[in-house]
Ligand binder design. Structure first.
Ligand SMILES: NC(=O)c1ccc[n+]([C@@H]2O[C@H](COP(=O)([O-])OP(=O)(O)OC[C@H]3O[C@@H](n4cnc5c(N)ncnc54)[C@H](OP(=O)(O)O)[C@@H]3O)[C@@H](O)[C@H]2O)c1
Length: 266
């Protein structure tokens, strides 16, 4: 299988590297206008670098669009006559299946939102397929996402919320880890010790909740003892409106995604 990744930026490169590692992918063609910045990809096995979106789309069985929404219309128009009956996966935030289908009426469109953890094969990709995809097409799409993490199908109406929660999520988590490292420094810990403790606490907790299918409140209760250290910390988090801040952040990002979509439509 040959896959074209149009837009060799942060997410495009991560996706291309994941795909190139799969035995079932014979070639990944990755494009960018300014390919001089792709020196680091030149020697990666099976990756071919190009600045020709049209040719890349023509050669590929599946096309992944990983440019910014502002560049999306142009790129879609460029490839329009090369992608009939092919699967086109758009990773662009906020751009609806309908908008893409208007430009690519004969393609099988999938709207998807991975996150930057794709860089280490740990992304979660939420996706919505258009009605044109067959069961076999869906298997291929899930295979693509599987090369850089896990995936979950969602209704398209949730995609702006997905962008806000798990697409932007790594930034929120990074801020939390940064804050925990600062907190460690404040109470006298070396920076690298605080970093290791904070990152491992986060991944360990997430893995535990996920492995046991446990409600977060159950875990919180199980480690919170009367008049203990944890309740003293939790009290301060509640005073600082920790949960409200996170809910507000995701809501604000959802609204921002909707604004990008309106701009694209107009
Ligand atoms: N970063 C994330 O965590 C993340 C997660 C999920 C989804 N996304 C989505 O993925 C898309 C890309 O995000 P990003 O963060 O990877 O952005 P980015 O780092 O800015 O990458 C976009 C790339 O597209 C290339 N490009 C622009 N116009 C092009 C064209 N006509 N033909 C070929 N390549 C072109 C740019 O390079 P040149 O200027 O050299 O062409 C640039 O390298 C966005 O729509 C975003 O919403 C991003």
């Amino acid at each position: 299988m040959i896959i074209a990744v149009l837009g060799a930026g942060k997410i495009g490169e991560a996706v291309a590297r994941g795909l190139a590692e799969s035995d079932d992918v014979s070639r990944v063609i990755i494009t960018k206008r300014n390919i001089s910045t792709l020196e680091n990809l030149k020697h990666v096995k099976k990756i071919e670098i190009s600045s020709d979106n049209k040719k890349a789309a023509q050669k590929a069985d599946i096309i992944v669009v990983a440019v910014k929404a502002g560049d999306g219309k142009h790129v879609l128009q460029e490839i329009a006559d090369q992608v009939s009956d092919k699967i086109v996966i758009s990773l662009m935030a906020a751009i609806s299946i309908k908008s893409i289908q208007n430009i690519l009426p004969h393609s099988k469109i999938v709207r998807a939102m991975p996150n930057i953890a794709a860089t280490i094969g740990e992304a979660i990709t939420a996706f919505s397929p258009s009605e044109k995809l067959t069961k076999e097409d869906l298997e291929k799409v899930q295979f693509v996402f599987g090369t850089f993490g896990d995936s979950i199908e969602v209704p398209e109406t949730l995609m702006d919320a997905v962008t806000a929660l798990s697409g932007s999520g790594p930034a929120y988590i990074a801020v939390m880890i940064e804050a925990m490292v600062s907190a460690g420094l404040k109470v006298g810990m070396p920076r690298d010790t605080a970093f290791k403790l904070a990152t491992k606490t986060l991944t360990g907790t997430a893995n535990l909740l996920s492995a046991k299918g446990m409600h977060p409140a159950e875990l919180r209760d199980s480690v919170t003892t009367p008049a203990g250290t944890t309740i003293a910390g939790l009290y301060e988090l509640e005073k600082g409106s920790f949960r409200t801040s996170i809910m507000n952040a995701v809501e604000a990002a959802t609204l921002a995604a909707q604004k990008v979509a309106q701009k694209f439509e107009s």
